[in-house]
Design a protein around this ligand. Structure first.
Ligand SMILES: [Zn+2]
Ligand SMILES: [Zn+2]
Length: 336
């Protein structure tokens, strides 16, 4: 069974961190961290609706320019989330360019920026047309761990210690609607955008007795439609299963406090993406730089009870020694 989200690291584990999370059957994606985006096509970048930046060290934020460059002149809104001080970093980036021609664009491109604090979030909008000047004072909302809530998923965030606050992130799917191909075949239904509408109807808990229209599309227009009762259609073409949880943790000190907090946000994740910057023999350096060792990454994955994990953010000092990092983390994950 394929999950609705198919996360992949943007770069190899020795290069800039970043997780690209495209949605299955939808032209949409989320992104955790904004390192070098070169491996992504403009088409992929244009799918991104929400970007969650753990912190603004250069390797996690240098892709900001690429993101803006691709979206400029498009009718789009991108939401950006980051730790305390995020407004000034975004504004600093934007101040680096001249925007004297943007009011000529026939389209609106807006940046909606949210700064995440321990107990509150602050949000502000920057309109391209208005030279990305912040609109009004930021709006304040109490923060209890949920950064984004949609009918089918939630993104949770938690500030950890990297000598600066650094966001740990979890994407939690509510439940998963698996489409049964044989069911589609039997009813002679096409694969198309209606499938997302169908899943959305289930996630939004629409009345199962209500009507649902399956549509045939060609060249962007509906050429045929057929009426179903939502519940009947679901019985024939869908299987409901528990949603997946994906967690992304990077750039944190291996302290007891971080461990407790990180294990909580990562608890029972189906997949944990976790930094393993150093080998345990270099634990001192890891501590000084507020990073995890591979051993700590494995221990944390075990403590959180995750199903799978992927390591990234290796220090270049271990070039060609990737296996040692993996082995060390795995031993800690499986160890007593
Ligand atoms: Zn980093
Ligand atoms: Zn960092």
């Amino acid at each position: 069974m394929r999950p609705s989200f198919q996360p992949r690291l943007i770069n190899d584990p020795f290069s800039d961190p970043g997780l690209f999370i495209p949605f299955l059957f939808e032209k949409r994606a989320l992104m955790f961290d904004l390192g070098d985006l070169k491996p992504l096509s403009s088409r992929d970048i244009l799918k991104v609706s929400h970007v969650f930046v753990t912190h603004t060290h250069m390797d996690h934020f240098v892709g900001f320019d690429t993101l803006i460059r691709v979206f400029l002149g498009r009718e789009k809104q991108v939401h950006l989330y980051g730790p305390p001080g995020f407004f000034s970093h975004v504004e600093g980036k934007l101040a680096g360019y001249t925007w004297n021609l943007v009011h000529e664009y026939p389209t609106n491109f807006d940046l909606n920026v949210t700064e995440v604090h321990e107990k509150r979030t602050l949000s502000a909008t920057y309109l391209c047309r208005d030279r990305f000047r912040p609109q009004k004072a930021p709006a304040e909302t109490p923060f209890t761990g949920v950064l984004l809530k949609e009918p089918s998923f939630t993104v949770e965030g938690l500030l950890l210690d990297h000598r600066i606050p650094c966001l740990a992130l979890s994407l939690v799917e509510n439940f998963y609607v698996n489409i049964i191909k044989e069911g589609l075949k039997k009813l002679r239904l096409p694969v198309g955008p209606w499938i997302n509408r169908f899943k959305k109807a289930l996630h939004e808990k629409k009345d199962l007795k209500s009507d649902f229209y399956v549509t045939w599309e060609g060249g962007g227009v509906t050429i045929k439609e057929k009426r179903f009762v939502l519940g009947d259609l679901a019985d024939n073409i869908a299987r409901i299963s528990p949603g997946k949880k994906i967690t992304y943790i990077t750039d944190i000190l291996g302290s007891t406090e971080n461990f407790e907090k990180a294990a909580k946000i990562a608890e029972k994740s189906d997949h944990l993406f976790i930094e393993a910057s150093f080998l345990n023999v270099d634990k001192d350096i890891a501590g000084r730089k507020y990073h995890l060792t591979a051993k700590e990454a494995g221990k944390l994955a075990k403590k959180a009870g995750v199903k799978n994990f992927t390591l990234f953010h290796y220090s270049p000092r271990y070039t060609k020694r990737e296996e040692e990092l993996k082995k060390e983390a795995l031993a800690a994950f499986q160890g007593g």
